[in-house]
Design a protein around this ligand. Structure first.
Ligand code: ADP
Ligand code: MG
Length: 702
C-alpha cells in the first residue's frame, strides 16, 4: 500500500522560512528562535496588538502623543556637527497649516537625504509630541512615498518580537508567508460553519492577521475561534486515530479466577471504598476484553490507588502471567513495594523490588526470575526499562505518576510484553479540560472517596514574619509526642540554593530543638536519605522528630505520626504540589495541621491560591481552581503532562470548542475511519497542516 505523504498543496508552507523574500540566514535564525523554522510557523504567529495609523489631521489640529500619519513637505535638513554625536539630526517639514521637526539621534545622513529629500512630499507615521511649544516627532515608525498611502494609513498588526527582529521585518515575512497560504477544501461540517458564521480557513487566517480593532485580537473573535477549532479537531482526530490503531492490536483477554484477589481482600485490614470497588470492576472489564487496556486511575495521595493496582496485577497472575508497577522515584517505588509485598506474601505470590541501586549478583538474580517467569510481580523504577530486562509473559504494566515519565519511557515498558495492558496512575488530578485536550477520550477511573478514618488536615496561612509562632507551635507538638515536617522553599532552576535554604533552617531548628532535628534533600545519596527517613518514619534510633526537607518528600513517604507540616514560602510551590505535600500528614489518630507561610512578595493570585488550599481538601477541586488561576500551560508543565502544544488554542477561551471537536472527531471515526470521503481527504490535509503526520498513517486505507 503506498504511503500517503503530505499533500502537495501544503508544500509552500512547509519550506524553510528563508525561502521567503527578505529573509536571509540571519533573519531566518531569529525567526526560527521566535516561532520555528518553517513558513507555516509564521502563519500561526498571530498579532498581539494593533496600531491605528488612520489618524491624519492637518498639523494645526494635531493632538500630540497619538499615533498619526502626516502628509508633509520636507523643507530643510539640519545635520549635526560631525564633532558632536549627541546633537540629533533634525529635518524641518511642513504642511499648509503648520510645521513639525523630525528628530533622529545618530541619524545617518545618506539614508535620511534619500528617504526624505528636500522639497518633496512624504508620508510620515509615528507619534508627535510638543517640545518647547513646537511639534516634533522623534524617530518616525514609517517614512513612505505618497503612493503607498493605502499600505501605511491603516490599522497595522503588531507582533511579538524577539531580539534582532523589527516589526517591519517580521511583518513583511508574515505577509510573505500568508501569500503562500493556499485555499484549501473545507474540512469542517458545513452545518457547523453555517451555524457559527465562520469563514473559510484561508479567510479566517487572513482576517486574524488583519485586526481592525482590539476586539479582533480577542481569542473569542470569529476568525480566531475558527482557527482554534481547526487545531482542536486535528488534535482530537489524531488522538482517536492513534488510539483506535492501538486498540485494534490484538489484546489478550485476561480473566483470572479470583483466587489470589480474594486472599488479599481477606488479608486487608480495611474495607475498600466504593470508588475503589468501582475502579477495580472497570479495570477487570478492560482486562477481560479483546482490546488493550489504557486507563487512567486518578486519586489524591492516600486515596488507595496502590491496592487497586495490586488487584489488576493479581488478575494477571491468576491467569498465569506477570505484572509490573513502576514509579518515578526510588522512594515511591519502595513505598509501593512496602504496601504490596506483605499482601502478595499473604496471597503466596513472589514479588520483587528492582531499582537502580540493585547491582551485580542481586540484580542478575532478579532478572533471571523475571525472564523465567518465576517472579510474577515486580515493583521498580526506571530500572525496569533497561534493555536487558526481559519478562517471560508481561500482561499488565502499572505506571504511577505517569506524567513524570517521558512518553518514550512509557512506550518502552509497554513493549516489554505482547499487547500489554496499561494502567496509568496519578495523584495530580488533571482538570477535565486538560484531560480531554491531552488524551481525548481516555478511559478513566477516579478515587474521590477518602478511605474511612481519614481526618481532614487543618490548614492555616500566615506571613513568614510569624515564623517564631510556627516554631512555638512545633514546640507544643513535640511536647505532646507529635512529629513535624518542615518543608523549605523551592527555588526553581537551582537545587543548590534549595539545599542551602534547607540546611540553614536545619541549623536554626537544631539550635532550638537539638539532635531530634534531621535533614533530607535531593542532593543526598540515596542510602543517607533512607537512613534519615527511617529515623523519622520508622522510629529507628536516634529518632528524628522534626524533619527539614526540600520537596523530595513530595510524593510517597507516609508517616502516620506526622501531625504538623510547615511549608515556608508556600507561594513558590504549585497548588497541586502543596496539596501533595499536605497529603503526607493526617494519616494517624491525631489531628493534623498544615501551616503555609508566605513571603512578602506574594501577590493577589498567590493569596487566592493559598485560600483555595485552605478551603478545600479535594484534589480534583484544587486542580480545577489551579487551572482557573494559572492558565492551562502552567498547571502541569506542558511538556510533562503530555499536553499537545497548541498554536491557535487558548484552553481557557476555547474550552467550549474542545468537547465539540471531540464529538466531531468521534463522528468522523464512526463514519469514515479511513478518511476516504471527500471530507476525509480535506481532513487529511488538516492533519498535515497541524503536523499530526504520524496519526494520518493510522487512517485505515480502504
Ligand atoms: P495512594 O497510592 O493513592 O496515595 P495508597 O494506596 O498508598 O494511596 O494508600 C494509602 C494508605 O491507605 C495505605 O496504607 C493503604 O493501605 C491504605 N488504604 C487503602 N485503601 C484503604 C481503605 N479503603 N480504607 C482504609 N485504608 C486504606
Ligand atoms: Mg501511593
Amino acid at each position: 500500500m503506498p504511503q500517503r505523504a503530505r499533500p502537495e498543496i501544503l508544500f509552500p508552507l512547509f519550506a524553510p522560512a528563508t525561502a521567503l523574500k527578505g529573509v536571509g540566514p540571519r533573519i531566518g535564525t531569529h525567526i526560527e528562535r521566535l516561532v520555528g523554522p518553517q513558513i507555516v510557523d509564521l502563519i500561526w504567529h498571530l498579532p498581539g496588538g494593533i496600531v491605528d495609523r488612520r489618524y491624519s489631521p492637518n498639523l494645526v489640529d494635531l493632538e500630540a502623543a497619538r499615533v498619526t500619519t502626516l502628509e508633509l513637505t520636507v523643507t530643510k535638513h539640519h545635520a549635526p556637527p560631525v564633532a558632536n554625536r549627541r546633537i540629533p539630526y533634525r529635518i524641518d517639514c511642513r504642511d499648509d497649516t503648520g510645521e513639525i521637526t523630525l528628530v533622529y539621534f545618530h541619524g545617518r545622513a545618506d539614508y535620511l537625504t534619500s528617504a526624505l529629500p528636500e522639497g518633496e512630499k512624504r508620508l510620515v507615521s509615528g507619534t508627535a509630541e510638543l517640545y518647547d511649544g513646537k511639534l516634533q516627532m522623534t524617530h518616525p515608525d514609517i517614512v513612505a512615498k505618497l503612493s503607498e498611502r493605502d499600505n501605511v494609513m491603516r490599522v497595522q498588526p503588531v507582533y511579538a518580537l524577539t531580539e534582532g527582529l523589527s516589526q517591519n521585518v517580521l511583518g513583511k515575512a508574515i505577509t510573505g508567508a500568508l501569500e503562500r497560504a493556499p485555499v484549501l477544501a473545507e474540512w469542517l461540517d458545513p452545518a457547523l460553519v453555517a451555524q457559527r458564521e465562520w469563514s473559510s480557513w484561508h479567510d479566517a487566517l487572513t482576517a486574524a492577521h488583519m485586526p481592525r480593532e482590539l476586539s479582533d485580537l480577542d481569542p473569542a473573535s470569529p476568525a480566531r475561534m475558527r482557527l482554534a477549532y481547526d487545531e482542536l479537531l486535528a488534535s482530537q482526530l489524531a488522538i482517536m486515530l492513534v488510539r483506535s490503531h492501538v486498540r485494534k492490536q490484538a489484546g489478550r483477554p485476561i480473566t483470572g479466577n479470583g483466587r489470589l484477589r480474594s486472599r488479599v481482600l481477606d488479608a486487608l485490614p480495611f474495607e475498600m471504598t466504593g470508588s475503589q470497588k468501582t475502579a477495580i470492576v472497570d479495570i477487570e472489564e478492560d482486562m477481560g476484553s479483546e482490546h488493550r487496556m489504557l486507563r487512567l486511575l486518578q486519586g489524591d495521595v492516600g486515596s488507595g490507588k496502590t491496592v487497586v493496582a495490586l488487584m489488576a496485577m493479581l488478575t494477571a497472575v491468576e491467569a498465569g502471567r506477570q505484572a509490573a508497577l513502576m514509579a518515578p522515584t526510588e522512594i515511591l517505588a519502595r513505598q509501593h513495594y512496602a504496601t504490596i509485598a506483605p499482601l502478595a506474601k499473604a496471597a503466596g505470590v513472589p514479588c520483587v523490588l528492582l531499582t537502580g541501586r540493585d547491582k551485580g549478583k542481586a540484580r542478575a538474580a532478579i532478572l533471571e526470575g523475571l525472564a523465567a517467569g518465576d517472579t510474577p510481580l515486580v515493583v521498580g523504577t526506571h530500572a525496569l526499562f533497561q534493555g536487558d530486562i526481559e519478562f517471560d509473559d508481561l500482561a499488565v504494566a502499572v505506571v504511577d505518576e505517569q506524567h513524570r515519565f517521558g512518553v518514550h519511557q512509557r512506550l518502552l515498558l509497554a513493549e516489554k510484553g505482547a499487547a500489554v495492558d496499561v494502567l496509568l496512575m496519578t495523584a495530580t488530578p488533571i482538570p477535565r479540560t486538560l484531560m480531554l485536550a491531552a488524551y481525548g477520550d481516555l478511559d478513566e477511573s477516579q478515587l474521590r472517596e477518602k478511605p474511612a478514618g481519614r481526618k481532614p488536615v487543618k490548614t492555616t496561612t500566615a506571613s513568614v514574619d510569624r515564623l517564631e509562632d510556627a516554631v512555638a507551635g512545633v514546640q507544643r507538638q513535640l511536647d505532646t509526642g507529635g512529629k513535624v515536617f518542615w518543608v523549605c522553599p523551592l527555588v526553581e532552576e537551582s537545587e543548590t540554593i534549595d539545599v542551602a535554604a534547607a540546611t540553614a533552617r536545619h541549623t536554626a531548628l537544631r539550635e532550638r530543638f537539638g539532635d531530634r532535628v534531621g535533614l533530607v534533600h535531593g542532593k543526598m545519596p540515596g542510602k543517607e536519605k533512607d537512613a534519615v527517613m527511617a529515623r523519622f518514619a520508622d522510629g529507628v534510633e536516634p529518632v528524628i522528630d522534626v524533619l527539614v526537607a526540600t520537596t523530595v518528600i513530595e510524593v510517597g513517604v507516609d508517616v502516620p505520626e506526622a501531625t504538623v507540616m510547615v511549608i515556608e514560602h508556600a507561594e513558590r510551590f504549585g497548588l497541586a504540589q502543596l496539596h501533595q505535600l499536605r497529603g503526607r500528614i493526617g494519616r494517624g489518630e491525631r489531628d493534623a495541621t498544615c501551616l503555609l507561610l508566605y513571603g512578602h512578595e506574594i501577590g493577589q493570585t498567590g493569596r487566592e491560591r493559598l485560600r483555595v488550599l485552605r478551603d478545600t481538601d479535594d484534589g480534583f477541586e484544587i486542580a480545577e481552581q489551579d487551572l482557573r488561576l494559572r492558565g492551562a500551560g502552567d498547571v502541569l508543565g506542558t511538556r510533562q503532562s503530555g499536553l499537545p502544544e497548541f498554536r491557535m488554542v487558548d484552553l481557557e477561551a476555547h474550552g467550549e470548542l474542545l468537547a465539540m471537536a471531540r464529538d466531531d472527531a468521534r463522528l468522523i471515526m464512526d463514519r469514515d475511519p479511513g478518511l476516504e470521503s471527500a471530507r476525509g481527504d480535506a481532513l487529511r490535509t488538516l492533519l498535515y497542516l497541524f503536523e499530526r503526520d504520524a496519526a494520518v498513517r493510522y487512517a485505515r486505507s480502504g
